[in-house]
Ligand binder design. Structure first.
Ligand code: NAD
Ligand code: LMR
Length: 333
């Protein structure tokens, strides 16, 4: 019996994500909240012959609180997407306020829910959610996640393409760590479950790393002003949500990279911080999930010198992005 809530459910990601959640038999209640169109989306999805009872909510009339009551998993794809020429940081001005408002609703109505943040820039919006939860004295680092799964999904697909067999894509596992924008996205290709072909040149490896780091731009460019990744993001968001739901239901040993507050780790993420060589508050790392959220954050393990340089290069942007999120909540207090 799991109640999932999508905030921003009528959008480009929200609709296909809600569809995939409705298809998950473990979800028995699905609430859809947006500032527009959720009654229609909910009515449409409610005709699908799967267990979840679907309802749509709008503001005002406490729509957000009604949607969130009793929620165990809340997924946030609310906010504006990029257009060509924009960075994810350019979205901050609008999305920071949207995420802050929604986080306040969760902190007051469903403070124990697992919160999965998709809205960009993730490196800054996750700290906003955390600061709002702290302000309401309900912060539990084990339950707040930045969704970086799309980077992992892209890495699997691109490696399978290079290996020359797309049918292997679902089985390819490549940890992608750091954060979710440009150089903060660090694929650890040396740990790929499916090694790259022998003789794969350094130039080709650099190009592959760059494609994973800037995969979002590839989609933004191709959509030519009509937004950013929605369908692949819905797939990735549903995949991560499914892992969280399975962990909630007692399945053991589930590990997925996610952007988390490092205090979620019982040892404070000290091993990871040592590897990174910086005292960061947040990092996307392979996280072990359990019924209460993060069980532990795994260290990066053995990585190449080139990957160490990528981690090093990610730190300045990550530090800045995290500070931007924290500073926003202090200003708006
Ligand atoms: P979209 O514009 O198609 O949909 C956004 C939805 O949010 C709209 O339906 C809008 O009405 C709704 N919304 C706006 N303000 C709201 C509020 N206060 N409360 C509830 N709903 C609200 O955009 P999209 O393509 O679905 O992208 C959404 C966000 O996800 C963007 O910020 C985008 O950058 C981000 N994104 C993140 C990843 C990732 O990997 N984490 C991947 C793709 C997109
Ligand atoms: C992505 O990686 O596709 C998303 O973060 C959307 C974007 O702006 O690129």
């Amino acid at each position: 019996m799991v109640k999932a809530v999508v905030l921003g459910a009528a959008g480009g990601i929200g609709q296909p994500l809600s569809l995939l959640l409705k298809c998950n038999p473990l979800i028995t209640e699905l609430s859809l909240y947006d500032i527009v169109n959720t009654p229609g989306v909910a009515a449409d999805l409610s005709h699908i012959a799967t267990p979840a009872k679907v309802a749509g909510f709008l503001p005002p009339d406490e729509g957000l609180a009604k949607a969130l009551t009793g929620a165990q998993v809340v997924i946030i794809p609310a906010g504006v997407p990029r257009k060509p020429g924009m960075t994810r940081d350019d979205l901050f001005k609008i999305n920071a306020g949207i995420v802050e408002g929604l986080a306040t609703g969760i902190a007051t109505t469903a403070p124990k829910a697992f919160v999965l943040v998709i809205s960009n820039p993730v490196n800054s919006t996750v700290p906003i959610v955390v600061e709002v939860f702290k302000k309401h004295n309900v912060f539990d680092p084990k339950r707040i996640f930045g969704v970086t799964t799309l980077d992992v999904v892209r890495a699997s697909t691109f490696v399978a393409e290079i290996v020359g067999d797309l049918s292997k894509a679902p089985d390819v596992v490549v940890p992608v760590v750091g954060g979710h924008s440009g150089v903060t996205i660090v694929p650890l290709l040396s740990q790929s479950s499916h090694p790259l072909p022998s003789g794969f040149s350094e130039e080709k490896l650099d190009a592959l790393v760059n494609r994973i780091q800037f995969g979002g731009d590839e989609v933004v460019k191709a959509k030519d002003g009509a937004g950013s990744a929605t369908l692949s993001m819905a797939y990735a968001g549903a995949e991560f949500a499914l892992k969280v739901v399975n962990a909630l239901e007692g399945q053991k040993g589930i590990i997925a990279p996610s952007f988390v507050h490092l205090s979620a780790d019982p040892a404070g993420g000290e091993a990871l911080k040592k590897e990174i060589g910086a005292d960061l508050e947040y990092f996307s790392a392979p996280v072990e999930l359990g019924p209460d959220g993060v069980v532990k954050i795994n260290p990066l393990g053995k990585i190449t010198d080139a990957e160490k340089k990528l981690v090093e290069a990610a730190v300045p942007d990550l530090t800045k992005n995290i500070q931007t999120g924290i500073a926003f909540t202090k200003k708006s207090n």
